[in-house]
Design a protein around this ligand. Structure first.
Ligand SMILES: [Fe+2]
Length: 168
């Protein structure tokens, strides 16, 4: 039973992590003005993240001791809000946000790789398929952000140099 309990705990952690992602991404998308491509990609990932939450919730609902961890979800949302506020107070928030997003996507990738291995070990075929599907979208977002970091940084520097609105 240990293995299954650990699996459920990781699944709850993933749910809290997606809640945190949703809070962060929604706040970022709302604030960005001068970087339309970045804004559009984040808005797309907000929709994907809502779907990830729904899929994880469905998995949790089928488990005997499932149910989300409200405390962890709340902690995650508070952490995300704090992170968001921290970024807002800086004059380079778009670059900091892009860096934070890139790092966060890789944390998600690691979490889903762990869940895939655990689901495989437990023979949780359906759950494994869900994690693999989500993982692909996290990798796609991480790749996009990686490709975009250079552009966002240069555009930020150019706009800032010309006293155009650069920070967001
Ligand atoms: Fe993500």
């Amino acid at each position: 039973m240990h293995m299954k309990d650990r699996f459920i705990a990781w699944l709850r952690d993933a749910h809290a992590m997606e809640e945190q992602a949703l809070t962060m991404l929604t706040a970022q998308a709302k604030r960005i003005q001068s970087y339309p491509e970045l804004k559009a990609r984040i808005e797309r990932h907000v929709l994907e993240t809502q779907e990830h939450l729904r899929l994880l919730q469905e998995l949790l609902d089928t488990l005997p001791s499932g149910g989300i961890s409200l405390v962890r979800d709340l902690t995650g949302r508070l952490a995300a809000t704090a992170q968001g506020l921290g970024g807002v107070l800086t004059s380079d928030e778009v670059v900091r946000g892009a860096m934070a997003g890139y790092a966060f996507e890789h944390m998600e990738i690691a979490a889903y790789r762990v869940l895939i291995a655990a689901a495989d070990e437990l023979g949780e075929v359906e759950a494994k398929a869900v994690f693999e599907r989500i993982l692909q979208e996290e990798i796609a977002m991480a790749d996009w952000l990686e490709g975009n970091l250079d552009d966002t940084t240069r555009l930020y520097l150019l706009r800032d140099e010309r006293d155009l609105q650069a920070k967001r």
